[in-house]
Design a protein around this ligand. Structure first.
Ligand code: DNO
Length: 365
């Protein structure tokens, strides 16, 4: 397991890279560039980012949010040009040592919450929160407006201004589209990019729908084991993998996360793991929690054990944290979900679980 950290680059991330390096057991980044969907990640910008990360003593083998243009997802004629750009990005990233590219094929919304800073009554920290009832009352345009206002001036992953400016038009593109139609467009994309990934030694890792069910009547196809089984079969290759986000899939209590990890891990189809905990509050109603099992509803020991048993070499990152230690009241700048402290605590805890599992397993031999 390689413990990694999401980092937005020195211009966009208030967390200095040296702080990331100081988290015990941190080996590298799941980094990203602030690029609009469809735009090629150019060599010079990748090189600058990778050089900076290496200079801080960290690896850069995984990138996130190389976003797929909506015209690819909806199968419009312009998709071929955007796929060409995507292929150039893959080749450029591979040249600088990237081995896994995390992306998603979610229509319009990368992830969605109804509140970015809901106070947790037990300890006064806050976390990302979702209640379908509030969503129904707001509608897509209102929720986007609220999220943009609540984001403290940060660009949130998947909420780039270019994307939001076209929201109404993009929503129209999806009218009448079924999950099967979306899968057909997905296959067209994978058939073009996966052979290139095989050639350059890169894995594509598809992030799940977050939350893990359809919203606003949009077709969503990556929120359970069955959906992912179909995705990995769309183009059968070790380069066509899953980014298994425990908190996204785990927002639906019907998803047995350790079992899903074991299923795809034993098929060698997990490209990366996002490890996050959630607390269920009702039907389609949850908030994010600290990583510790007892503060949420996911069993982190079982999750780490499933990784240990089936995909021990994968990349893991502590996903989303609560806002704590004055991040919550704005005294320290932090992007919602991506503050420093709770993610650092999460990494230390997950590393601790790993050490215990490793010792137990070695003692058995
Ligand atoms: C949200 C993230 C996602 C994820 C993308 C990958 O917090 O987990 O933005 O990185 O869906 O493209």
């Amino acid at each position: 397991m390689k413990m990694t950290f999401r980092w937005y680059g020195s211009k966009a991330d208030p967390i200095p890279l040296k702080y990331v390096k100081q988290i015990p057991g941190m080996t590298g980044l799941m980094g990203l560039l602030d690029k609009a969907a469809g735009v090629t990640w150019e060599e010079d910008e990748i090189k600058a980012l990778v050089d900076e990360v290496h200079a801080a003593g960290l690896e850069f083998e995984v990138v996130e949010s190389v976003n797929v243009h909506e015209d690819i997802k909806t199968g419009l004629p312009a998709r071929d040009e955007y796929i060409e750009n995507y292929i150039k990005s893959i080749r450029n990233l591979a040249k600088y040592g990237v081995k896994v590219i995390i992306y998603n094929f979610m229509p319009v919304f990368d992830w969605l919450r109804t509140d970015l800073a809901r106070v947790i009554p037990e300890d006064g920290s806050n976390s990302l929160y979702f209640d379908e009832k509030d969503l129904g009352a707001m509608g897509p345009l209102e929720i986007v407006k609220k999220t943009a206002e609540d984001s403290k001036g940060f660009t949130l992953p998947g909420w780039e201004p270019e994307r939001l400016a076209l929201l109404e038009q993009t929503l129209k593109q999806y009218e009448g589209m079924t999950p099967d139609m979306l899968r057909k467009n997905y296959k067209y994309f994978l058939d073009a990019v996966i052979p290139v990934c095989e050639e350059v030694g890169v894995k594509m890792a598809c992030h799940p729908d977050d939350p893990a069910w359809p919203i606003f009547g949009l077709p969503r196809i990556a929120h359970d084991q069955e959906g992912y089984d179909k995705i990995v079969k769309l183009h059968d290759s070790p380069s066509n993998t899953v980014c298994l986000c425990t908190g996204s899939l785990g927002s639906n209590p019907d998803n047995d996360i350790p079992a899903i990890i074991r299923h795809f891990g034993s098929m060698n189809r997990i490209g990366a793991m996002h490890v996050r905990n959630v607390k269920y509050l009702g039907h389609h109603h949850f908030r994010e929690a600290a990583h510790l099992s007892s503060t949420g509803d996911l069993d982190m020991y079982e999750i780490m054990k499933a990784i240990y048993d089936t995909c021990p070499d994968t990349y893991v990152r502590p996903d989303h944290g609560r806002m704590i230690w004055e991040e919550a009241d704005g005294m320290r700048q932090a992007r919602p979900g991506y503050g420093l402290y709770d993610r650092a605590l999460g990494a230390a805890y997950l590393n601790g679980l790993w050490e215990a599992i490793d010792k137990e397993e070695k003692a058995k031999k």
